[in-house]
Design a protein around this ligand. Structure first.
Ligand SMILES: Cc1cc2nc3c(=O)[nH]c(=O)nc-3n(C[C@H](O)[C@H](O)[C@H](O)COP(=O)(O)OP(=O)(O)OC[C@H]3O[C@@H](n4cnc5c(N)ncnc54)[C@H](O)[C@@H]3O)c2cc1C
Length: 571
């Protein structure tokens, strides 16, 4: 049951308390409460997703991104690699977490990313082959909203059909642009080969985009894992507007700390919820390390400087933040068949909205942020490799991601290629800066703190220019805006550092490492090292960012994480 008011909760004693009703938290809540004999409480700081149109309608994604009501409204620390700029660091403040306000892009990463996780954690359970069933368990492959012929646009053999999260191809076509992208894969197949399905474990090449959308609506951990048939379970309670500050009532079992309760703020009052079996932190890559540190779990030096008593000295908490820098290249186009024609025209925008309302068809059924994605490796002789060895997880894993967008960010008709460095070397951190548990932490993604990442981005711009140089774009593509092509090397460097923003895919701030390792935050079973009755299940446990967007990975980690919990408790 969903509770808006703490006063309506029947009590504050449960078997499991899950902190954060986000992408991962709702998966864990659903799977644990499959067993009617266990009781589960989810504490979510944000409001309900129900009836939030900006979240439901895929095309309203820009409105969702910029709506402060559904965001924690974080900003990063100034980053030297970005010419001292701070950038906004969006995190969802709504039931469903980032799955309810993200770009809906559905990508899993390279098989080698997961085999590296298995190696880093010394647990084969995190390898591609063993995690693959969990990707399928999460997914319900669905026909696109326009029911077009999808043959040759994806590989049905690598998709799930029974999971709670809808995944589909775009359901509104911009045929001229789409044909030109596909034509480029034929004209320049060496650089831009076509790949039938990037979610097979081998993502390299150009593929049709897949999104967490079904029937023209966004699919989220809240709409899927807390759907009416699940949320009505009597043993599953979700409390909204409940912001957790820290874990309290420290107990010791054979010297190992455990926590008798989870303190949270509802309105102006503080409450404590109790977990008889286990507390699960699912606050995300920012929220979970923050709660750990507030609770005295972290680097002793940082905690003692803030006057917080160290309960468990775990220096890796909040460190090793691994995230992808992103920038957009843009060209004017000689066409009105772009998303700009809808976004910049109030009449067409209103028509699109009305069509979505009437029939869940038309341009509003898609995010409007890409038709295709491309995943590429740097050239072997790239200058990047002279400053750092190849950081990718293997030869079939990409260094760069391109999103191909029939639209731009300025008035007029444009096309854009979004470029992300998806195998970054740089690492950052999330660290608390106050003894006030509700104060925002310092978020430093560390973009371009290693030169390799900057050089990879620079190569990405050349590669994007090469893409638009294919014959098919002749007469269609006009000037690059801003024109990065003729800049001096110094000016290009300034332009890149000034234009780079976050791809919002942070992981690693509560990273897993082998049992017994003196670094890392959680063991491969996702229990906090050295603690009892406490685990972390969300994106923060993934030790290195996959060469992918991170929601599918988070879902798969959460599905396996829930299984590990159930095994531990014999459920
Ligand atoms: C704007 C944006 C766009 C993105 N686009 C894509 C995309 O297109 N495709 C993709 O694959 N990935 C995308 N991502 C990344 C992806 O969505 C996330 O990596 C993933 O959803 C993280 O899941 P999580 O469970 O770790 O955290 P979240 O989904 O963030 O869940 C954490 C939850 O915990 C709650 N919480 C945090 N702290 C507290 C507290 N103290 N007390 C109570 N509750 C708390 C939060 O409100 C939130 O609901 C995007 C992310 C953002 C922000």
């Amino acid at each position: 049951k969903l509770y808006e008011d703490v006063a309506d909760l029947p009590g504050l004693h449960y078997d499991f308390v899950i902190v954060g009703g986000g992408t991962a938290g709702n998966v864990v809540a659903n799977r644990l409460s499959e067993n009617p004999h266990v009781s589960v409480l989810v504490l979510e700081a944000g409001p309900s997703n129900d009836g939030v149109l900006d979240s439901e309608v895929p095309f309203l994604l820009t409105e969702m991104f910029t709506n402060p009501t559904y965001s924690w409204n974080y900003t990063t620390t100034p980053m030297p690699g970005l010419n001292g700029r701070s950038v906004s660091y969006s995190r969802a403040f709504i039931l469903g977490g980032c799955s309810a306000h993200n770009g809906m892009v559905y990508t899993r990463g390279a098989a080698e990313d997961f085999d590296r996780y298995a190696e880093l954690s010394a647990d084969a359970g995190w390898s591609w082959n063993q995690l693959f069933p969990y990707f399928l368990k999460n997914e319900k492959w669905t026909a696109p909203a326009d029911h077009h012929d999808t043959r040759g646009q994806f590989n049905p053999h690598v998709h799930g059909t029974n999971g709670p999260i809808f995944v589909s191809l775009n359901g509104f076509s911009l045929p001229t642009f789409e044909q030109k992208v596909i034509e480029t894969t034929k004209e320049l197949p060496h650089d831009f080969p076509f790949n039938l399905d990037p979610n097979s474990g081998k993502p390299l090449g150009v593929s049709w985009a897949q999104s967490t959308i079904g029937g023209g609506e966004r699919s989220t951990s809240a709409t899927g894992y807390l759907a009416p048939k699940f949320i009505q379970r009597p043993n599953l309670h979700v409390l909204l507007h409940a912001q957790v500050s820290k874990l309290v009532n420290v107990t010791r079992k054979k010297g190992r700390p455990g926590f008798g309760g989870v303190e949270f703020r509802y309105g102006e009052s503080l409450f404590v919820a109790h977990a008889a079996k286990e507390i699960v932190l699912s606050g995300g890559a920012i929220g979970s390390p923050q709660i750990l540190m507030n609770s005295g779990i972290g680097a002793h030096a940082i905690l003692s400087a803030l006057g917080i008593t160290t309960v468990l000295d775990l220096p890796s908490v909040g460190q090793n933040a691994s995230d992808q820098p992103f920038m957009t290249t843009q060209w004017a186009v000689n066409s009105t068949e772009t998303f700009d024609s809808i976004r910049q025209n109030a009449t067409r925008f209103a028509e699109g909205m009305a069509q979505w309302n009437a029939s869940r068809t038309g341009p509003f059924v898609d995010s409007g942020i890409m038709t295709h994605l491309g995943w590429f490796r740097l050239a072997r002789d790239s200058p990047a490799f002279s400053v750092h060895p190849d950081p990718s997880s293997g030869p079939d894993a990409p260094h760069l991601e391109f999103s191909f967008i029939p639209g731009g960010a300025t008035p007029g008709n444009s096309m854009s290629i979004g470029i992300a460095v998806v195998s970054p070397v740089s690492r950052g951190s999330v660290v608390i800066n106050s003894s006030d548990p509700f104060a925002p932490p310092l978020i430093d993604p560390g973009y371009f703190s290693n030169e390799w990442d900057f050089l990879a981005m620079r190569d990405g711009i050349s590669l994007a220019e090469r893409f638009t140089s294919a014959p098919t774009w002749s007469g269609y593509v006009g000037a690059m805006t801003p024109n990065l092509a003729n800049l001096s090397s110094a000016d290009l460097e300034t332009a890149i550092r000034n234009a780079t923003v976050s791809n919002l895919h942070m992981v690693g701030t509560a990273g897993m490492s082998p049992c017994g390792a003196r670094y890392g935050v959680v063991d491969p079973d996702l229990q906090v090292k050295g603690a009892v009755g406490l685990s972390v299940i969300d994106a923060s446990v993934v030790p290195i960012v996959p060469a992918a967007h991170t929601q599918a990975v988070t879902y798969a980690f959460a599905e396996r994480g829930a299984d590990l919990l159930k095994q531990r408790w014999g459920l």
